[in-house]
Structure formats: structure tokens, C-alpha cells
Design a protein. Structure first.
Ligand code: SF4
Length: 456
């Protein structure tokens, strides 16, 4: 069996499964957020009754993160619905934007979009927050009402996005009927060269197979190149499995996985026991690709889909703005790479920085390079850094969303993961996906730029 088949077989209580089998799977964690949480709760109450209790309150994690820092009252109400439900059910893992469980969040005009407008429990973007808060464990099944839930596959678990109807069912029963996907095999060999990042690996792969090339299939990443990647790198790659249509992305377990999971579960007092899955000798794959990391170059996915691959060095595109943030590209390591390029320079176009979580804001504000923090280095270069971590303009959002593209015709280079028309706001704007290093170099020149031109 492949890693995904082993994970699903165990969760189904079976000795083995093969691709195409339909199996009832036990969930370990169900995650939802402010966009899909209210709908999921509505389905749950409709199907199980107004007074029904969730299947296991300790296994439901609720993370508001999408449309948070906005004066839009409908978006604010969504978070209020989550808060009421959490109180009613006694759910412990709710990362509210405010500290008062009986309060309600209001946009503070005086603080605006840049200064912190959240309380001490707020966790930021759900996919980045899940591992930080100790909710990702090897061997487990994670369902989330968000397509990029697949990011947690970096931790040797089966993680996938599901719709509100399925999530309402999981909320009531802790189970879901799943068809076992076929597995595509991506063996990573060699080592990335300077200026190349994990984002380039996944953009290369999606360019190779197309934005629907992995539809309802598992994407397994392994080999010596995968072992050499950091956990942040693996998260970037697993996150974008869905951009090829993948059901999930999955990595092997190793000492790096163990160190991060053990540290994070201990820090947060979450469940710390788990059972990993390892590779079998008889794995059957529906597709195989060897990626030589030594040969990869900074890569861009052009408008209008993540499969439109080009090399940055071959492009001549004038830009209007740059954006670094999101679950994919808003981690501490992403900002560090970005800051190393913009340090001592000035951005030429509007450039927005949105750390994925408050912990990342803290990292950047407390890490010193000489007498300046990384945050100051970024601000001095002209990057508009917000302390309000979250999804922000990655998904467009209400018109007052920080970094949203409100005008047609704008071209943005972005460290995010999706670039279908209208993704970051106006439907006639264009988004080019790239690594934080390529976004940084492009912000400096105002054109899509290979970061190797700016770093030695
Ligand atoms: S940061 Fe973007 S891709 Fe990630 S969860 Fe938020 S909207 Fe989705």
C-alpha cells in the first residue's frame, strides 16, 4: 500500500485497502473556520437536531481567519455564530479574535488595517495555526472545511478539504465515507540551488501535470530531496496539492516531523501520542515523476491558473503590486527569505506583507539583524506590514480587506497559492504565483524578476 492507502486502511479499521474502494473512515480532527463554520453548523443542526451535541468536542478545532479584520457586518456575524456555537457545545479549541467569550469584535478605525486588532487567543490562518497549536499528528485523519487542509499532509497524515454538508455529518458522527484515491508518486532528488525555494518545486510539478492533473488523487512526495526539506518547505508543497486537483498530499515521517510535532503538542498541551505510517515495498502508483531539485529554477504560475508555468528569467511583465502572505507563503521562513532580498533596498511597487499567524508577527518583530528587527528591515524597504495576521487579500474578501485588488487591470506577483480570475479581488486583475524570493526581487524592480539577479 501507499502512504495514503495505509492511512485510510487504518482509519477504516481494515488490514488493507486499494484505490477505488469506498470506506468509512474515522476522523481524528475536524477543523472549520469563519467562512464555512456557520454553514457546517447549520447542516449539523438541521440533520442532528437543534439540541444535538457534536461527536467529540475535543476533536473539533475552530479557527476564524478569513474575513476577520473588516467592518463588514456579515463577516463579523459569522465569527459571532462560531462563538455562540462554541459556548453552547463547550468546545475547547476555539481561537477567537477577541478574549471576551461574551463580546463581539468591532473594527477600530483608529488602529486601521496595520495595527493589531485581535486578542491573545487568536491564531491566524488555520492551516499554519493547526501545526503551531499542536493539532497535526502523524498517522491521523484531518478533515477541514477548506481546500488547503491538504497542507497538513506534510506531517505524515491524511488531510483533505471537505464541503459543509460532509463536515456537518462528521461533526455529528466522526465518520465519513471516502473513495480511496490512486496515488501519484513524486520522488525528489538533489538539492535546491540558491534563489530556489519549495514553492518553485510545487509550481514546477503543477506545471508538469496541469491544474487538474491530480484530480481526486493522492500526491506522495518522498526521496532524498524531500528528506532534506524543512517542515515549512514540506507544508508549502503539500498545501498546493489541491492546486493540481489532488485529494491530499503526503510526506514520510522523519526526525524533523517528530521534533516539530512533539514540540508543538507539548507546548500546547494537545494529544501527543500518534502512530506513524511508513512506506511499503509494494506500493502501486498511477503516475511517477522524478524531480531533480538541482535543475529547478525560480518559477512563476501565470494568470489565470496555477498550472501556467514559466521561468521567471524568461518573463517580461510589468507589475503593479506584490504580496507576501497566506498559509502557503506567509510563514516565518518565507518572510526571512523575502527580507534577505529587500534588505537595504526599496520596493518599487505597492507591496503588502501579511504574516500567517500572530506567532510569525512576533518572530519577525523579535528577531534582530544588527540593530534592526526583521520587521523593521521590511518596513524600511517600503513593505506595508500588517500585525493583523490572517488570510487578508489571498481570497479577495470584503472591499476594505488589507491588500485586496479593488481595481481591474492590476497585475500582482504573490506568494499565495491560487490565481484564478478574481481570486485576490477584482475579476479583471491578474495574479502571478511565485516564491517569496521571486516576489521580493520583483517588488524591488517592478517587473517579474529572477531573484538570482539580486542575490549572489
Ligand atoms: S491564506 Fe488563502 S489559501 Fe490559505 S486558507 Fe486563507 S484564503 Fe485559503
Amino acid at each position: 500500500m501507499t502512504l495514503t492507502e495505509k492511512l485510510l486502511a487504518r482509519a477504516a479499521g481494515k488490514a488493507s485497502v486499494t484505490a477505488g474502494d469506498n470506506v468509512w473512515v474515522n476522523a481524528d480532527v475536524l477543523m472549520t473556520h469563519d467562512v464555512c463554520g456557520p454553514g457546517t453548523i447549520g447542516v449539523f443542526k438541521r440533520e442532528f437536531g437543534e439540541n444535538a451535541k457534536v461527536w467529540d468536542r475535543d476533536r473539533i478545532v475552530i479557527i476564524p481567519d478569513h474575513y476577520i479584520f473588516t467592518a463588514d457586518s456579515k463577516s463579523n456575524r459569522n465569527v459571532d455564530i462560531l462563538r455562540d456555537f462554541v459556548r453552547e457545545q463547550g468546545i475547547p479549541y476555539f481561537y477567537d479574535v477577541i478574549d471576551d467569550p461574551n463580546g463581539s469584535w468591532k473594527f477600530d478605525e483608529k488602529k486601521g488595517n496595520m495595527q493589531r486588532q485581535h486578542g491573545s487567543h487568536y491564531a491566524g490562518v488555520c492551516h499554519t495555526a493547526l501545526p503551531q497549536k499542536g493539532h497535526t499528528r502523524p498517522g491521523e485523519i484531518l478533515f477541514g472545511t477548506d481546500s488547503h487542509t491538504c497542507m497538513a499532509g506534510a506531517f505524515n497524515q491524511f488531510a483533505t478539504g471537505i464541503g459543509n454538508t460532509d463536515a456537518g455529518f462528521v461533526m455529528g458522527t466522526g465518520k465519513l465515507l471516502l473513495k480511496v484515491p490512486e496515488t501519484m508518486h513524486f520522488r525528489l532528488e538533489g538539492k535546491m540551488q540558491p534563489g530556489v525555494m519549495a514553492k518553485d518545486i510545487i509550481l514546477h510539478i503543477i506545471g508538469e501535470i496541469g491544474f487538474d492533473g491530480a484530480t481526486y488523487r493522492a500526491m506522495q512526495f518522498d526521496g532524498p530531496g524531500a528528506s532534506a526539506l524543512t517542515m515549512d518547505d514540506r507544508m508549502t508543497i503539500a498545501n498546493m496539492a489541491i492546486e493540481a486537483g489532488g485529494k491530499n498530499g503526503v510526506f514520510e515521517f522523519d526526525a524533523k516531523t517528530e521534533e516539530m510535532v512533539n514540540h508543538r503538542t507539548r507546548l500546547n498541551g494537545t494529544r501527543s501520542t500518534y502512530e506513524t505510517v511508513e512506506r511499503d515495498a509494494d506500493e502501486k502508483f498511477s503516475y511517477e515523476l522524478v524531480v531533480d531539485l538541482d535543475k529547478l529554477e525560480p518559477t512563476v504560475a501565470c494568470h489565470p491558473d496555477p498550472g501556467k508555468r514559466k521561468l521567471a528569467k524568461e518573463m517580461d511583465v510589468k507589475l503593479d503590486r506584490a504580496y507576501i502572505g497566506s498559509c502557503t507563503g506567509g510563514k516565518t521562513s518565507d518572510f526571512i527569505e523575502f527580507a534577505m532580498i529587500v534588505r537595504g533596498k526599496s520596493v518599487k511597487i505597492d507591496t503588502f506583507g501579511v504574516p500567517a499567524t500572530p506567532e510569525i508577527v512576533h518572530d519577525l518583530q523579535s528577531t534582530y539583524w544588527g540593530d534592526k528587527t526583521v520587521w523593521q528591515v521590511l518596513a524600511d524597504a517600503g513593505v506595508r506590514m500588517t500585525e493583523n495576521s490572517g488570510c487578508a487579500a489571498c481570497l479577495g474578501g470584503p472591499v476594505d480587506t488589507f491588500g485586496r485588488m479593488n481595481e481591474g487591470g492590476l497585475k500582482c506577483i504573490s506568494a499565495t497559492n491560487r490565481n484564478f480570475p478574481g481570486r485576490m479581488g477584482h475579476k479583471e486583475s491578474q495574479v502571478f504565483l511565485a516564491s517569496p524570493a521571486t516576489v521580493a526581487a520583483s517588488a524591488i524592480t517592478g517587473r517579474i524578476t529572477d531573484p538570482r539577479e539580486l542575490v549572489s
